[in-house]
Design a protein around this ligand. Structure first.
Ligand SMILES: Nc1ncnc2c1ncn2[C@@H]1O[C@H](COP(=O)(O)OP(=O)(O)OP(=O)(O)O)[C@@H](O)[C@H]1O
Length: 580
């Protein structure tokens, strides 16, 4: 039996999943953690591509982060989906750049958009802070920058901007002028252009509908209002209209503070021209964990589990954070000697600072640990992940790496886009095979050889303009590493993972240790609006639902800052799940 048939059979055993799988027309699935929304989305897409969508037509599947896109791609590969020119899986921003803005620039009389350059995050933040300083020298730049970013992501109306004050509007104008002077756009600017193109030009919608008669959207709750408008323009045009299959969970929305509107998903589900399905079975966690998670979802249909047992405990650490870290070390030791693999244990922290501290404490205790500090390191994206996967395959081969050569070649062709030829495949394979005996040589030499094999052409593509700067960062980070070291980092085997609560979304581990569950950290003392506190509460909920078997929550009831001790008690969410 093929993987696709086996996956379809599993969906048949779950009435709600089956309803969503067999729905004709638009469908939106509200799905709590671990309820199989990714499985449903990928199985449905693989089935549609194999049975309903005839070439040259295809499908587009969009999600928010590179990590999620990567996971979707891998799952599609496992389901045996063949690549085809009109089949897109990737982030929303890359979809807009590669499939909406660049190809239609000439057709809509805006040739300057054919090769737009996206500013790196560092570059756009630097320009924004300069603009604020020029327009608003006495302001608290952090708050002003946050508000400008928020308004731009939200595509705020003139009245909303007016509420923020003249100085802030001036700073935003300066910022946009700076981008323009340098021929750059940021992501909000890209979304705004895409909204104009799809809303104002029927030809754009018609061509996109012809190429992608089916649109699959993952993590709908985190779409910004502009992205929501793009999706609606493509799917709910009465003349054309791609069929929408969207999944998401309003309770896992974590980016409202950036200007997204989690309620857009509930609004979408309430439309009468689509079928809305709510999933309730959680396949990930044991019953005890599901019971606690349900306590944070009043008013929703409770999740039900299919695995008894599990354990949830609050651990009081009167000595503050150092005490919490020590207890974390002890618990990891117990779990590991009880048979849990280190990479099945995760330590979740509310901030980067706590991640750094706990990483340090674990290292001092001799526990192998993986923490990706995105401030100092490169970010995972389609290019850096491909390089890591290629390095891993080359150095360790199929068995250990977990990658198949065929999957790497698919990723390679996807990156090369229209310029792919069999010659590029041959060059990649020869680099990979040759490096089987060179794992102790410099990782940067491997990267150079990949460049010569075709990666250089990939990096020059407009469509990957936003991802390419991370490769330069990667090169700087791995300068002193051997290929083997890069591989060990990419494999993450036999290491405890330390991760922020925000980045833990979409991941799952046997044992989850949540540190810093103190008031002022969860919610953060910086969260000064009800919306921000609601978001912090959702981060706690997301963290709880990452655990399969065992969840431990560490708290002290106070916080120490450089200046004083804050006796603000334990996080209210610990009480909400009845651990206090
Ligand atoms: N009908 C089913 N039968 C058996 N296993 C299933 C079924 N549906 C989902 N699963 C399994 O449940 C686990 C969670 O599924 P999946 O990753 O798709 O959940 P999710 O809803 O995307 O989770 P999250 O939102 O927390 O990331 C996976 O191991 C998946 O294979």
């Amino acid at each position: 039996m093929s993987n696709l048939s086996a996956s379809i059979d599993e969906l048949k055993n779950n009435g709600c999943q089956w309803k969503a799988f067999t729905t004709e027309g638009h469908c939106v699935v509200l799905a709590p953690p671990g309820s199989g929304k990714t499985k449903l989305l990928t199985t449905r897409m693989a089935y549609d591509l194999a049975n309903k969508i005839n070439r040259p037509q295809g499908a587009a599947c969009i999600t928010l982060t590179n990590a999620a896109a990567d996971q979707l791609r891998r799952r599609m590969e496992r389901l045996g989906t063949e690549d085809r020119p009109n089949f897109f899986i990737g982030t929303v921003h890359s979809f807009l750049l590669r499939r909406v803005v660049a190809p239609f620039a000439h057709a809509v009389g805006r040739p300057e958009l054919a090769s737009i350059t996206i500013a790196s995050e560092e570059e756009s933040q630097k320009l924004l802070h300069e603009a604020i300083y020029e327009a608003y020298p006495s302001a608290d730049t952090w708050n002003v920058a946050t508000t400008i970013n928020f308004n731009r992501t939200r595509m705020a109306s003139a009245e909303d901007w007016a509420k923020s004050g003249e100085g802030l509007i001036e700073a935003a104008r300066h910022y946009e002028a700076k981008l323009e002077e340098r021929g750059l756009h940021d992501f909000s600017g890209l979304v705004e252009i895409a909204v104009q193109l799809v809303e104002n030009h029927q030809i754009v919608r018609q061509v996109l509908n012809a190429q992608f008669p089916h649109l699959y959207v993952d993590e709908y709750q985190d779409l910004s209002p502009g992205l929501d408008r793009v999706v609606k323009a493509l799917c709910f045009d009465y003349l054309t209209g791609s069929e929408l299959f969207a999944v998401g969970d309003p309770d896992q929305a974590l980016f409202g503070f950036t200007g997204t509107r989690p309620e857009l998903l509930d609004e979408l589900a309430a439309r009468t021209d689509l079928t809305s399905v709510e999933l309730t079975r959680n396949y990930r966690s044991r019953d005890e964990i599901i019971k606690r998670a349900n306590m944070m979802r009043p008013g929703r249909v409770p999740m039900v589990g299919d695995k008894p047992g599990g354990s949830v405990a609050g651990i009081y650490c009167p000595g503050g954070l150092p005490d919490q870290y020590q207890r974390v070390v002890d618990v990891i030791g117990e779990a590991h000697s009880g048979g849990v693999a280190l990479h099945e244990i995760a330590v979740l922290c509310p901030t980067r600072d706590l991640c750094l501290e706990v990483t340090d404490a674990l290292r001092r205790a001799g526990i192998p640990v993986f923490y990706r500090d995105v401030k100092k390191e490169y970010r995972p994206n389609s290019l850096t992940r491909f390089i890591e996967s290629a390095a891993t395959w080359a150095a360790t081969g199929r068995e250990t790496s977990g990658y198949r050569l065929g999957d790497l070649l698919k990723q390679w062709r996807h990156l090369l886009g229209p310029s792919r030829t069999p010659q590029y495949d041959r060059k990649l394979v020869s680099v990979l095979v040759e490096w089987g005996d060179r794992a102790d040589e410099a990782a940067t030499t491997f990267l150079d050889e990949l460049r010569q094999a075709g990666l250089g052409d990939v990096l020059g593509q407009v469509a990957l303009a936003a991802d390419a700067p991370e490769v330069r960062k990667m090169e700087a980070v791995i300068r002193t590493w051997s290929l083997r070291e890069l591989t060990q980092r990419a494999l993450r085997q036999d290491r405890v993972e330390v991760i922020t609560t925000t980045s833990s979304k979409g991941l799952e581990f046997d044992v989850v240790l949540l540190v810093g569950a103190d008031n002022g950290r969860m919610p953060s003392h910086m969260s000064n609006t009800p919306e921000r506190r609601a978001e912090d509460r959702r981060k706690f909920y997301v963290s709880v639902t990452r655990a399969r078997d065992d969840l431990r929550i560490f708290y002290s009831g106070f916080r120490l800052t450089r200046w004083r001790r804050w006796d603000d008690g334990v996080s209210p969410y610990v009480g909400e799940i009845e651990l206090l």
